[in-house]
Design a protein around this ligand. Structure first.
Ligand code: KIV
Length: 242
């Protein structure tokens, strides 16, 4: 059975995901773009990630939660990364996600694992280290990164924007699950940003994205109707008055 992952940053989205039976909720640093209007994921703070993790945990008390460690924290010393990871776990996450497989990242992952913290890796297009989305096609580099992460003890790896044929080979070759986003159907599971797939955040249209709803335009229509009804004194009617 494929593993299902979607993002949430707030209580109500987490509730809906838990009700729908999602396997894992990702409190991704896409929070920066989707909820705070930044151009990329780089500017989100640990405090903002912690606040979202707490809200998601309230909405989904028993679902496994993965939270991204923000760029501001991974640039600090190993001990500070451990400290940030402990705060994220205390806020309600079960697993910490860290991007890329650089020497520093591998050392950070090993330290977290030595402290019994579960870690998920993330390779391919890793938004914290790029300026814009790119398809990452270097097969040998991807294989080397994936194996370094597996040896460091990650429990799974997100593969973002890599050719499906490489994702298939990697998935067959690794002993841990792969979670694809723009990496084809052969990964062990799939992840999308909920706001993207719901059409709530419509400023990002990559080829890999399927929209399952069109909530942005539904919201605009509902807001317009409300504005008009208030102006015309149709709302509140007798039914909504005491
Ligand atoms: O931040 C995020 O939402 C992510 C997913 C795109 C995998 O890392």
């Amino acid at each position: 059975m494929k593993i299902t992952v979607l993002t949430a940053y707030d209580f109500n989205t987490a509730r809906a995901l838990a009700d729908a039976g999602i396997d894992y909720i990702l409190v991704g640093d896409s929070l920066a773009m989707v909820a705070h209007g930044h151009q990329n994921t780089k500017k989100i703070s640990l405090g903002q990630m912690l606040a979202s993790t707490r809200a998601v945990r309230k909405g989904a008390p028993t679902t496994k939660i993965i939270t991204d460690i923000p760029l501001s924290e991974v640039q600090k010393s190993k001990d500070q990364v451990l400290d940030a990871a402990k705060k994220i776990i205390t806020a309600g996450a079960n697993i910490i996600k860290i991007e890329n497989a650089s020497k520093e990242t591998i050392e950070q992952i090993k330290l977290l694992r030595d402290n019994n913290i579960y870690v998920m890796g993330h390779i391919g297009y890793t938004p914290q280290s790029y300026d814009k989305p790119v398809l990452v096609k270097e097969r040998d580099e991807l294989f080397a990164s994936a194996h370094k992460l597996q040896e460091a003890g990650v429990m799974g790896i997100v593969l973002e924007m890599i050719p499906a044929v490489i994702a298939k080979e990697l998935t067959e070759n690794l002993q841990i699950p792969t979670i694809g986003i723009g990496a084809g159907v052969h990964c062990s599971g799939q992840v999308l940003v909920s706001d993207d797939m719901l059409g709530r955040y419509n400023l990002f249209e990559p080829k890999f994205l399927k929209r399952y709803a069109n909530q942005y335009s539904e919201s605009v229509s509902a807001f317009r109707e409300y504005i008009q009804e208030v102006k015309e004194e149709k709302f509140p009617s007798q039914e909504h008055s005491y």
